[in-house]
Design a protein around this ligand. Structure first.
Ligand code: HEM
Length: 220
């Protein structure tokens, strides 16, 4: 008999970080579009207003990134266990998960990865989240800070190839983020119900289906 089990999957600091970050990144994408294509896109009135909002959202994203990093390194102390793929993940897990997303999901088969608080992410999530959180997000923050303080950081900016290179890199990184966002939201809807992965990101608790005869709740 199938029974429901509630598992506390996402602690509050991670949820606060995630939604602050999501709100900040979406704001950055929209204001960034207006700043890049001012003749075609005008969502926030003036060009100056878009820049002000873009800079503020950048500060919010940077602070929330520090919250995420501090929480996983100093408090939970499980950044590596949760985010870094194992050899087994790389050898067979990634392929198994691709088969699920591309094929077996549409045949109604269950997800090969069973999430637990100790192993929250499937091999693909680990790879993508690691790349986003350890490479892309720090790079986009770093290039954004350089662009915010062009005059005081002039020397460093010249060392990195000048303002044109930096603007181009910042824009390319932003494009990567925008593509990630679409794929991320789509994949997040592939739980046993479309909102199954969204609920734990909101209230912390994930509903799991367990198949034993004895009911045994892990949570209220
Ligand atoms: C409107 C925008 C967004 C929505 C609706 C959204 C939705 C979700 C959902 C439902 C989850 C839990 C399921 C899962 O783990 O896949 C999640 C987790 C996650 N999201 Fe997002 N997301 C958004 C934006 C972002 C952005 C911009 C980033 C990165 C810069 C991001 C990075 C992550 C990470 C790293 C996790 C795992 C968090 C953890 O448990 O440690 N998300 N997101």
């Amino acid at each position: 008999m199938k029974r429901k089990e509630m598992i506390y999957m996402t602690p509050m600091p991670v949820r606060i970080w995630h939604w602050l970050n999501a709100f900040g990144i979406v704001t950055l994408c929209i204001t960034g579009l207006q700043i890049r294509f001012p003749d075609y896109i005008n969502v926030f009135g003036s060009y100056k207003a878009a820049i002000r909002l873009h800079n503020t959202a950048g500060v919010v994203v940077s602070i929330s990134y520090l919250l995420w990093l501090t929480y996983y390194i100093m408090v939970a102390k499980n950044l590596i266990r949760i985010y870094v793929p194992t050899m087994e993940d790389l050898k067979s897990g990634v392929f198994r998960q691709i088969c699920f997303y591309a094929l077996t999901y549409f045949q109604g088969k269950p997800n090969p990865h069973h999430s637990t608080p100790e192993s929250k992410f499937n091999p693909i999530q680990k790879l993508v989240y690691l790349m986003i959180m350890i490479i892309l997000l720090p790079l986009v923050i770093f290039s954004g800070v350089l662009l915010m303080y062009v005059a005081p950081l002039r020397e460093l900016l010249l060392l990195l190839g000048g303002i044109k290179i930096l603007v181009g890199t910042h824009f390319l990184l932003a494009c990567c983020f925008t593509s990630f966002l679409f794929v991320h939201i789509y994949l997040a809807t592939l739980g046993h119900t479309p909102l199954a992965h969204f609920k734990p990101m909101w209230n912390g608790w994930e509903e799991e289906e367990a198949s034993t005869a004895e009911p045994h709740e892990k949570s209220p």
